[in-house]
Design a protein around this ligand. Structure first.
Ligand code: TMP
Length: 236
């Protein structure tokens, strides 16, 4: 059997999940593993990751989302992603690199889905935005929102006056009003549920990994999940 890092060559792997789940740490671990085996890796972060994508990120960052229609928000995420796919992900895959991407269409399904947008429509929009460049595997690092907040040290907001009906305000951690503080726990619970149910509607394989254990245990679970998907027919 070819070792797992070798089998990740030329594959597109996404890590996603609720905030505070530890996906960044897990990405670091997998990148280190690939580096150690001499497998070339391209890293990507969605949204942003290109000069145009960064400007779109800026729009999402600088405006009070209570003023933004959820369809506008969804299209902006898709626009940034289209640029990332065309300029970063597809060229890297063509060069035979493993692409490790932090969030992707899966995040729009969960977050904008939790904000009331239909998941089927999100996937249809994504078909236009990303064409055939769907991830070979999406790993959802799952934690209950309470633990996610505990890990990031951020308080859960109960909703504020200018917050949208669904509890959203600013999306990004680095925005002047933090999304974490602006969204109520109920929103994050919906996000988590949609992430765990994603595999039922997503066009490509999704594996949910329990992210509550310590980093090394979660890393082993991630490797098992990658191995199980890559071992199935058609992905060898
Ligand atoms: P980050 O935690 O990966 O920096 O992502 C920033 C926030 O943006 C996070 O709370 C999730 C949210 N988000 C969406 O709402 N929709 C999307 O499509 C993406 C990619 C992120």
């Amino acid at each position: 059997m070819v070792p797992l890092p070798e089998r990740l060559r030329g594959k597109f792997i996404v890590f996603d999940g609720p905030d505070g789940g530890g996906k960044s740490t897990q990405i670091e671990r997998v990148v280190r593993l690939l580096d150690g085996h001499g497998v070339p890796v391209a890293r990507a972060k969605d949204p942003g990751g290109t000069p145009i994508g960064d400007r779109i990120r800026h729009v999402l960052l600088d405006f009070d989302l209570s003023e933004m229609d959820v369809r506008c928000e969804t299209l902006l995420f898709m626009a940034s992603r289209a640029q990332l796919v065309g300029r970063v992900i597809e060229p890297a895959l063509r060069r035979g690199e493993a692409v490790i991407c932090d969030r992707f269409v899966s995040a729009t399904c969960a977050y904008q889905g939790a904000a009331g947008y239909d998941m089927g429509q999100i996937i249809e929009l994504a078909r236009f935005a990303i064409g055939r460049t769907w991830p070979d595997v999406t790993i959802v690092v799952d934690v209950p929102p309470e633990l996610g907040f505990q890990r990031t040290g951020r308080p859960v907001g109960a909703g504020r006056s200018s917050v949208r009906e669904n509890g959203q305000r600013m999306i990004f951690h680095d925005a002047h009003v933090d999304a974490m503080e602006a969204r109520p726990l109920a929103f994050h619970r919906r996000v988590r549920t949609l992430f765990t149910e994603l595999g039922n509607v997503y066009p490509r394989p999704v594996r949910v990994v329990d992210g509550t254990a310590d980093v090394e245990v979660v890393h082993q679970r991630v490797l098992e999940a990658l191995d199980s998907v890559l071992s199935t027919a058609g992905l060898e």
